[in-house]
Design a protein around this ligand. Structure first.
Ligand SMILES: Nc1ncnc2c1ncn2[C@@H]1O[C@H](COP(=O)(O)OP(=O)(O)OP(=O)(O)O)[C@@H](O)[C@H]1O
Ligand SMILES: [Mg+2]
Length: 271
């Protein structure tokens, strides 16, 4: 298996340290709890889909993982290190929600967008401009967008823009790529080819992926693991172990009152 950064990944694999380890984390913005007692471990080589409806706390979970929100309860470890001490952020690639919504007037080329993800290197090891262009081209080739390097970002379709943002997310050769709602705004066909691309990056390049989405169709496309989130984790495990029928009511209506739907709709009597 070809890896993005074999040395670093090798460390994580031999020690079997999870890339992401969320331990009993709860979070509230003000009064209302948004996440309750979340436990989730993501290991090297896995492709996780974190699936939940609007407002279920998906983006909040990602912001906690990326150190953008402070939490009081629980602990998050990245590569075995407590998040408050963690500094190797270049090992984590991130594509945010709504990354692909540039209009045609946006004054940046594909090259500039991808380059903007590069973590600045200082001193003797600062790369030459030629090396930077090669790095950008290599990342774009991985998402089949190498030919678009000098095009204006705003002239590309939503699906092409999304691929460019994946290239930006992997420019530092991270160990894990985290994506928030990457398929919003794409038509069905483009969604399929986008999932194929992620599957390829996972299976052929050994890139660990955590994708957050409300798209249930994502379940069938190359995921190795699935987490169902509705403010609590309803399920987290291997995709083969996932049985939709058992947990569908809990997922929609929360684990506290799993069968409310059946009672309210009345008369089914199968709750
Ligand atoms: N900065 C904030 N301050 C207060 N409440 C917030 C804030 N951000 C999000 N929330 C609330 O927290 C809950 C979870 O929001 P979050 O954005 O994590 O959900 P989500 O699962 O990502 O939703 P979506 O599918 O719409 O992206 C929502 O009820 C939201 O209104
Ligand atoms: Mg969100």
């Amino acid at each position: 298996m070809k890896c993005f950064s074999e040395g670093k990944l090798g460390d994580a694999m031999t020690k079997n340290v999870p890339i992401i380890n969320i331990k009993n984390v709860s979070y509230r913005y003000e009064q209302e709890p948004v996440l309750t007692e979340i436990n989730l471990s993501i290991h090297s080589g896995q492709f996780w889909g974190v699936i939940g409806p609007n407002g279920s706390g998906k983006s909040t979970l990602l912001k906690l993982l990326l150190g953008l929100l402070e939490f009081k309860q629980g602990e998050i470890e990245l590569f075995g290190e407590k998040i408050r001490a963690f500094q190797q952020w270049e090992r984590i690639g991130y594509v945010s929600q709504k990354a692909n919504s540039f209009n045609s007037g946006f004054p940046a080329t594909v090259f500039e967008v991808v380059r903007s993800g590069l973590v600045k290197k200082t001193g003797l090891f600062r790369p030459y401009p030629k090396d930077i262009r090669e790095k950008v081209k290599k990342a774009l080739d991985k998402v089949e967008m190498g030919a678009f390097i000098d095009r204006n970002i705003g002239e590309l379709s939503g699906g092409q823009q999304q691929r460019v943002f994946i290239a930006r997310g992997i420019i530092n050769e991270p160990d894990i790529l985290i994506l928030d709602e990457p398929t919003v705004g794409l038509d069905v066909q483009r969604v399929q080819s986008f999932y194929q691309l992620l599957k390829k990056l996972n299976q052929e390049n050994g890139l660990t992926i955590m994708m957050v989405t409300h798209d249930f169709a994502a379940m069938s496309e190359g995921l190795t693991h699935i987490a169902l989130l509705n403010r609590q984790l309803i399920f987290a495990g291997q995709i083969e172990e996932f049985k939709m029928d058992d947990i569908w009511p809990q997922f929609l209506y929360g684990p506290q009152e799993p069968f409310v739907y059946y009672q309210q709709s009345g008369g089914h009597g199968d709750a």
